[in-house]
Structures are given as C-alpha cells and as structure tokens.
Ligand binder design. Structure first.
Ligand SMILES: Nc1ncnc2c1ncn2[C@@H]1O[C@H](COP(=O)(O)OP(=O)(O)OP(=O)(O)O)[C@@H](O)[C@H]1O
Ligand SMILES: [Mg+2]
Length: 374
C-alpha cells in the first residue's frame, strides 16, 4: 500500500487502522491517510460508496442524483430544480456523474454555465464550493493557507506560559512552552475551496465549481491537474489529503483564452450554446413566471433577432430573463416599440450595440418578434 505522507511528516499508520494517527492518540484521525483507502461507510444504510449504489432509504420514484439511470432522468431532475438543459448538456452531466469526471463548460456569457453547478448542488444535496478564478489566484486563495495571526498568538501565549512557570520556580518552565511545530497542525489550517472539496465531511460529495478558469494564469491551471486527476492535495507540513469520495467538479470558461489541452483531457467537455427559441421561451417561463406567456415568446424572439445582428456583446439567457422581468414590472403584456426602446439597457450593455439596433430600427425588431412569437 503506498505511503502518501509528505517527507518530514510526523504521522504514521497504526496496524489495521485506515487513518494515520497522531503519536499517542488512538482515535483522532488526521489528514495524512493511506493511499487509495476509502473512508468507512457514512451513508444511510451503510452503503460504502454512494456513487455505486442507490442510497438506502431513497425514494425509488426519484433517481438517485449520484447515479441517475439515464439522460432523461438528469434532464427531468435539472428542470425540477429550475434548469432547462438540452440533450447535449444533459448527456454531459449524466456522464460526468456516472464516470466521476470533471465537466468543463465553455460558452458565451450568460448561457447558464455557472448555474449548472448551483442546480447540481441543489439536486444532489452536496455543498456548493465555489472557486472564482482571477488573474494571480494562487494556492493560498484556492487550496489552503496558515492562519499566521493565530499561530503567532499561540506561540506568544505558550512563551508567556513558559516564562510564568519558570518565574514561579518550576524547573520545567521552559518545557511548558509548546514546540513550534505545533502551530503546523490542522487547528491553524485555513481551508480554501479545493481542500474543502477534497477533504469534505459526511453526506453527499460537494459540488466544486471552478468558475471562469480562463481568467486564471497558466500556472494555476497546471496546478489543477494534480488535483483533478488524483483528487488529492498535499500540504507539506501535514501530508496528503485524499478524497474518500471525489467531489463533483464543474469548470467554466468564457474562452477569453484557450484552456490547455492537458486540463481538457482530464475533463468531459461541453460547449454551451445559446438555447433555441422554444427552449429559451421555456427558460423565461420558468425563471420569470410573472411575464405573460405571449410576452415571454415575444421577448425570446426579439433576443433571438438581436443575436443575429453582429453585436459586440450578444445577449445571453440572463439578459432575456432580465428583459422579460423588466417588461412585466412595467405592466406590459406584449412588446411595443416605445417600451423596447427605453428598456434596451436591460439587454444590451454597450452603447455601440444599442446604437446599431436603433439604427436598424426598433419598429422592425418589434414586428419580427411579434410574428415569430405568435
Ligand atoms: N438553461 C437554463 N435554464 C434555466 N435558467 C437558465 C438557463 N441558462 C441560463 N439561465 C439563467 O441565466 C442566468 C445566468 O446564468 P449563468 O450565470 O449560469 O451564466 P454563465 O454562462 O455562467 O454566464 P457568465 O459567463 O457571465 O458567468 C442564471 O441565473 C439562470 O437564471
Ligand atoms: Mg458564470
């Protein structure tokens, strides 16, 4: 069995025990574990791996979120949680769940990439752990860091205790101060999303959302490779954390730069397109139920027309929902030229795009949308 503690780690395995144990401690599991070992059963009914069996006590009429029977079950469960996926996306999510693979979602802004992780979390019951990527993100923000302030306080307090004991004439006064390596224990470890996802507690595995990975640097992407292929994180002072049950991983990218092939190879990949007309109407009906059905169709039709106008920033689904919500808030049951003109900022966020649409004629846009939405 491979030993996975980092060099210099002071924990060791006890015979017959799944955990590496603290010296002298028979019960406290610490972070460095024996490679490949899974945790003891923690799921209802004693199912040791919930990804391989239907969870005991689950309603047989509802598909187990961790092992859905087929793609249709995934699509239905997503819809139940407010997300309407096309067959391609539902298939990718199904495969990511049953094959335990990270899912990389690329697509234009506002097409529903991030929402997939939120809905998966709501469906599976796993915590949503979100890592928002940005230029310069590093290990201390993504994985872990040491709580230096508390470490210093702890050292100072133990020094003071040692001095006090010595001044009281206790010969072991100096020994009362704790050894400095005590500050490199889990007590002082601040867990960031990647470590939280690997070393999660009981219950369903969390959903790890690595959002907008294209904003992070190449180095950070390379660093993700180890985590995504091994589901392990090494903290040199403590050892290696292994995920007993891997988290569900959703990675999103807006493709402001290409994600590296090595990362792609470790993931299933899906390009999220803008939805077709009928699906977008269904999304608006679901997300903006206050909008009249005719209004929902006309707004979806108008947005579809806008996407064909070579705009700098074509509207996403989020903007369609916002537009329908705004028009409903203004008390409109259908679209008209004047209202579309004054609410254009809800859907187009660049002045050049607004100018282009106005130049093409908002009256024409309304006519086409009313026809299409009928
Ligand atoms: N298929 C869908 N079903 C239901 N709601 C959707 C769908 N697609 C998008 N939405 C809605 O659009 C909003 C925006 O989606 P989301 O934030 O996931 O987009 P995104 O692709 O991550 O955008 P960005 O690239 O700007 O981060 C969500 O809050 C959700 O309400
Ligand atoms: Mg997003």
């Amino acid at each position: 069995m491979p030993v996975v503690a980092a060099p210099g780690c002071r924990w060791w395995p006890r015979p017959g025990c799944r955990w590496w144990l603290r010296p002298g401690c028979a019960r406290t599991p610490v972070v460095a574990r024996v490679g490949g070992e899974r945790r003891p059963p923690r799921y209802p009914g004693g199912v040791s791996d919930p990804t391989l069996a239907t969870r005991a006590g689950a309603d047989p009429a509802r598909p187990d979120p961790l092992t859905p029977p087929d793609v249709d079950a995934v699509a239905a469960a997503l819809e139940e949680h407010g997300y309407i996926a096309d067959e391609g996306l539902a298939t990718s999510i199904f495969l990511a769940l049953v094959l335990h693979r990270p899912l990389l979602l690329e697509g234009e802004a506002g097409v529903g990439k991030t929402e997939v992780a939120k809905v998966l979390s709501a469906w599976t019951g796993g915590d949503l752990l979100r890592l928002q990527c940005y230029e310069g993100i590093d290990v201390s923000q993504a994985v872990y860091e040491w709580d230096y302030a508390r470490q210093l306080l702890h050292l100072r307090a133990s020094e003071v205790a040692g001095e006090r004991a010595a001044s009281n004439g206790r010969p072991d006064g100096a020994a009362a101060a704790e050894p400095t390596d005590a500050v490199y224990s889990e007590r002082f470890l601040v867990r960031r999303p990647l470590l939280q996802a690997i070393d999660h507690g009981d219950g369903p595995p969390p959903v790890l959302l690595i959002d907008e990975v294209d904003r992070a640097d190449d180095e950070f992407e390379a660093f993700l490779l180890e985590i995504l292929s091994e589901y392990a994180v090494t903290v040199p002072e403590l050892g290696t954390f292994h995920a007993a049950v891997p988290p569900r991983v959703i990675i999103t990218s807006n493709r402001t730069r290409d994600v590296h092939d090595a990362l792609k190879r470790r993931c299933l990949y899906h390009w999220v397109p803008h939805p077709d007309f009928e699906r977008e109407v269904a999304i608006v009906r679901l997300r903006a139920p206050q909008a009249a059905p005719v209004l929902a169709r006309q707004v979806a039709a108008a947005v579809e027309a806008l996407r064909g106008m070579q705009l700098y920033k074509p509207p996403g689904v989020a903007e369609t929902i916002d537009w329908a919500t705004a028009l409903a808030a203004l008390g409109r049951a259908t679209i008209d030229e004047r209202t579309l003109d004054v609410t254009l900022g809800t859907v187009l966020k660049y002045q050049e795009d607004q100018n282009r649409v106005r130049a093409a004629g908002i009256g024409e846009l309304v006519r086409a949308a009313v026809l299409r939405g009928a």
